[in-house]
Ligand binder design. Structure first.
Ligand SMILES: [Zn+2]
Length: 226
């Protein structure tokens, strides 16, 4: 049996906005569900796992995290209800806030690289807050770092074959960090600002980010929703 879960949010930026989805249950583990497809992001790549519910018949099963375990995407549940199909419903309010912060992180990392040659080593985003860890120190940021929402740039997502990737296409991204097994890579592009390989979820336009604060503290930069 094919136990690969299709993660719909990887297909396009529009698919990052799916809030509910009919699913087939491929297998049930002692702590969660493997589904044929999902709208929930699994923990990793600097973005937390999603939360929500899996509706099976009259039962509403709480999904408290999504993880990847032995190549399977597992929707972790506190209680297991048997079933073959259901409706997956996302905690959208939380996820949308994470999408805003993740998009903001891409733009900040791109500006840091373009203006100062500073690379992002690692980043973490949460609901309404994020952190970026850098390879060099910075304390003062130019005005455009604070205007990413006002710039109202469109965001696109598309896949390209791994062999067509090259360092000049994705300047700031470390391609060495991509999993070796990957054949197609999901690219997230912020118009005129950034292109990066990423498996997370993002908003369609930077205007959706809304008002935010930003603080550079040497090799660490913090940002969050006002
Ligand atoms: Zn991303």
């Amino acid at each position: 049996m094919n136990e690969e879960t299709v993660a719909l949010y990887l297909k396009s930026i529009e698919d990052c906005y799916l809030k509910e989805l009919p699913v087939n249950i491929i297998s049930i583990e002692e702590d969660g569900y493997v589904l044929d497809r999902t709208i929930m992001h699994y923990e990793g790549g600097g973005q937390p796992g999603d939360r929500g519910q899996l509706l099976i018949g009259d039962n509403e099963v709480q999904i408290f995290n999504v993880i990847k375990r032995k190549n399977r995407i597992v929707h972790l549940a506190k209680e297991i209800v048997e079933g073959k199909e259901g409706i997956l419903r996302l905690d959208w309010e939380r996820r949308y806030e994470i999408m805003k912060m993740h998009t903001l992180q891409h733009a900040i990392s791109a500006l840091l690289y373009d203006k100062h040659g500073i690379r992002t080593i690692k980043s973490e985003v949460y609901k309404g807050y994020g952190e970026i860890f850098l390879d060099k120190e910075i304390y003062n940021l130019e005005d455009d770092f604070y205007r990413i929402n006002e710039m109202a740039r469109d965001v696109k997502r598309y896949s390209i074959q791994k062999e067509n990737l090259n360092a000049s296409l994705l300047k700031r991204c470390n391609l060495e960090r991509l999993p070796k097994s990957l054949t197609k890579v999901s690219i997230v592009e912020i118009d005129g600002i950034d292109k990066c390989a990423c498996a997370g979820t993002h908003v369609k336009n930077t205007s959706e980010i809304g008002k935010y604060w930003l603080r550079a503290m040497g090799k660490k930069l913090e940002f969050g929703k006002f």
